[in-house]
Design a protein around this ligand. Sequence first.
Ligand code: FAD
Ligand code: NAG
Ligand code: NAG
Ligand code: NAG
Ligand code: NAG
Ligand code: NAG
Length: 620
Amino acid sequence: MAQALKPTFLTFLLSFFALYPLGIYAAVLTSLNQLKQKQYDFVIVGGGTAGSVLANRLSEDSKVSVLIVEAGDTNVGNQNLEVPFLGVTLPGTSVDWNFTTTPQAGLQNRSIPYTRGFVLGGSSSINLLTYNRGSDDVWNRWAQITGDSGWSWNSVEKYYLRSSQLVAPTDGRSTVGFEDPQDHGNGPVQVSIPGFPLPIDNIVLNTAKQLGGRFHFNEDFNSGDFTGIGYMQSTIGGGSRSSGATAYLNPVDTRPNLDVLINTHVTKLIDVNPASHARRGWLSGRNIPAPQPQLTTVELAQTSSGPRVEVTASKEVILSAGVIGTPQILQLSGVGNQADLKAVGIKTIVNLPDVGTNLADHPMLANYFQIQTNDTWDDVLRNNTIFGQTLGEWQQEKQGLFVDSPGNTVGFFKLPTGSSALQGISDPSAGPKSGNTELIFVDGFARFGDLAQPATGHFITVLSAVVSPTSRGTVKLASSDPFVHPLIDPAFLTTNFDIKAMVQAINDAVTLLSAPLWQQTLKPVPFADLANATTDALKADFARRNSVNVNHPVGTAPMSSSSSESGVVDSHLNVKGVSGLRVVDASVFPVIPECHTQALVYIVAERAADLIKTQYNLDC
Ligand SMILES: Cc1cc2nc3c(=O)[nH]c(=O)nc-3n(C[C@H](O)[C@H](O)[C@H](O)COP(=O)(O)OP(=O)(O)OC[C@H]3O[C@@H](n4cnc5c(N)ncnc54)[C@H](O)[C@@H]3O)c2cc1C
Ligand SMILES: *[C@@H]1O[C@H](CO)[C@@H](O)[C@H](O)[C@H]1NC(C)=O
Ligand SMILES: *[C@@H]1O[C@H](CO)[C@@H](O)[C@H](O)[C@H]1NC(C)=O
Ligand SMILES: *[C@@H]1O[C@H](CO)[C@@H](O)[C@H](O)[C@H]1NC(C)=O
Ligand SMILES: *[C@@H]1O[C@H](CO)[C@@H](O)[C@H](O)[C@H]1NC(C)=O
Ligand SMILES: *[C@@H]1O[C@H](CO)[C@@H](O)[C@H](O)[C@H]1NC(C)=O
C-alpha cells in the first residue's frame, strides 16, 4: 500500500511545483491572459470593502463561480497598510486613486484631494479605521425611505453581528466600562478600543463624565445611541489593520470557484439583451412592454490603450466600485442623466437622472491647540530615531503607539437648542440618537491641510466634522475615456446649516478644552489660525480656508422604494430599468449616516449577499 502511494504522491508534488510557476495555483490573477474562462455566475466589479464581502459569501457555495475584478494592486505584503498609525501616510501614494475635487465654492474655491482606496480591500485598506455602525435612527430612517423594513435596525442586527467581532485591545488591559461586549458579534472584521492609551484619553473621558449634557460619556457607541464622548472603536486586531481584504478576501482567495483579478479596470458594462437594442430601433415609440437592457457583460482593460477583454456573468454583475467608481461605470455604460451623457458623447441606454447625484460627505477641519507637556507623539514624527524605535516595537511585538490610529477618543454632539444652524429647517439628522457634529481628539499635531507640523512645541489636534450635512454634490463624467478621472463635486459647506454647524463644532472644541480638567493639567491654548478666529464670522472664514474631507462620501446611486421614480437602485439594490445588475457599496446609502461609514458598508454587503443567495437558491 505504502509502496503504491509513493509515486502518486511524488507525481502530485512534482505537478504542484511544475504548475505553480505557470500560475495555475496562483491565488490572485494579475493579467488578463490568466483568465481561463469568459463566463462566471457572478462578476463583482471592485475588490474593495463591499466587493470583498460578496466574493467571500457568494463563493461559499462551491457550485457557484465568481470573478472579482480590482483596478488596484494586492494588499498583501504592504506593511504600511497593516500598521494602524501609518494609515495617515497613505493618501497620495500608489494605493490612492488620487482624485481631486472640482473648485469648492464653500471652501474659497479650493480643490482638495479626494482619497479612495486603489488596492484589494479598497478604502477599508487605507482608511483611519474607526468602526461605527450608526444609531438605530440611521437604519430606521433607511427602512422608512425605502419602504423596506429589511433595512431597519432590528433587521440588520444579524448582518452587523456576522460581519465583526470585538477583540481585546493590544495591551490586554481591562476594558470594563469602556466598551460593552453585548453590542458586538462574531464576524471576521476585528474591532477593538485603543491598545496604547495616551495621556489625553482620560482627560477627554473624565471631562465628559464631569460635564454631562451634550458632552455626556458614552460607554459604547455601537449600542444604538450615537451621542456623547467615548473611546474610539477601530478595525484593529492584534495591533494590525483588519480590512475587507484581510477579513473576507485574503482567507478565501484560493477557493477553486473564485478568481481574483487585480491591476484591471472595468471600463464599461455591455447590454446582452438583443430585444432591448431592437426596442431602441424600430420598436421604439410603439406600445410594447419595454424589454429591459441586460448589462451582464463587463469590458476589462489593464491600461488605457491596452486590449479589451469581455467577460459575462450568467447570473449577475455586481457593481462594488465605490461612490466614485460605481456612478462612473454606470455613466460609461449609458446609464445616467441623458443630457449629461450626451455632453460627453455617450448613448443613453437607461435615462436614470439620479446616477451620480446626491453625493454627500462629512467636511472636516483640524483645530490645533498648543499644550504644556512633552508627552505627545509630536517628536515621533520629528525624530527618525524615535520613529524607527516605535516602528520596531510594532514589528517585533505588535505593541506601542503604532497599534492605534492617531485618534483614541471621539465625540458626537447634537447642536444646542436654538442653534443658528437650525434656522428655517428641522434637525437634518436621523433622530434623537444621532449627532450633528463630531470631534476627534488627537494627541499630537495631525496634519490635515496646508499647515505643516511646527519644528518645536507639543500639540493636541481636535478634528471637527459636520456629520449631518445638508450639502449635496455630484460625480459626473469629464470624458467618455474610462481612464480619465470623473468630476467630483462634494459641494462642501455650501448650506447655511453646514457652515453654522462647523462653527458650533469649533466652539465646542474650544469649550471642552477650557474645562477644568484641561486647565488643571495641559492648559491647551488655540494655535495658529484658530487663535485669531475669535468670532463666529472669523471661525466660518477659518473653516472655509482650512476644511478638508473626512472621506465618508455616500449616495451616488441611492436606493429608494421600488415604486419611486427617483433613486438608482431598489431596496434589494437592483439597478432600476436594467436586469442582471446590482450595486452594493456606499453609493446605495439613501442618506448620509451621522457616523463613519465602513461598518455600514459591511452590513449592506452582508445583507446583499443574503438577498442574492436567496434569489438564486445558493447554499448558505
Ligand atoms: C482616507 C480614508 C479614511 C477613512 N476613514 C474611515 C474611518 O476611519 N472609518 C470609517 O468607517 N470609514 C472611513 N472611511 C470610509 C470607508 O473606508 C468607506 O466608506 C468604505 O470603505 C467604502 O466601501 P466601498 O465598498 O463603498 O468602496 P471601496 O472600499 O472604496 O471599494 C471600491 C473598490 O472598487 C475599485 N474600483 C473602482 N473603480 C473600478 C473600476 N473601474 N474597475 C475595477 N475596480 C474599480 C477600487 O479600486 C476599490 O478597491 C475612510 C475612507 C478613506 C478613503
Ligand atoms: C498617486 O500619486 C502618487 C504620487 O504622484 C503616485 O506615486 C501614485 O502611483 C499615484 N496613484 C495611482 C493609483 O496612480
Ligand atoms: C470663486 O469663484 C467664483 C466663480 O469664478 C467667483 O465668483 C468667486 O468670487 C470666487 N470666490 C473666491 C473666494 O475666490
Ligand atoms: C520639555 O522638554 C524641554 C527640553 O528638553 C524642557 O526644557 C522642558 O522643561 C520640558 N517641559 C516639560 C513640561 O516637561
Ligand atoms: C532623537 O531622539 C533620540 C532618542 O531619544 C535622541 O537621542 C536624539 O538627540 C534626537 N535627535 C534630535 C535631532 O532631536
Ligand atoms: C493673528 O493675528 C495677529 C495680530 O493681528 C497676527 O500678527 C498674526 O500673524 C495672526 N496669526 C495668524 C496665524 O494668522
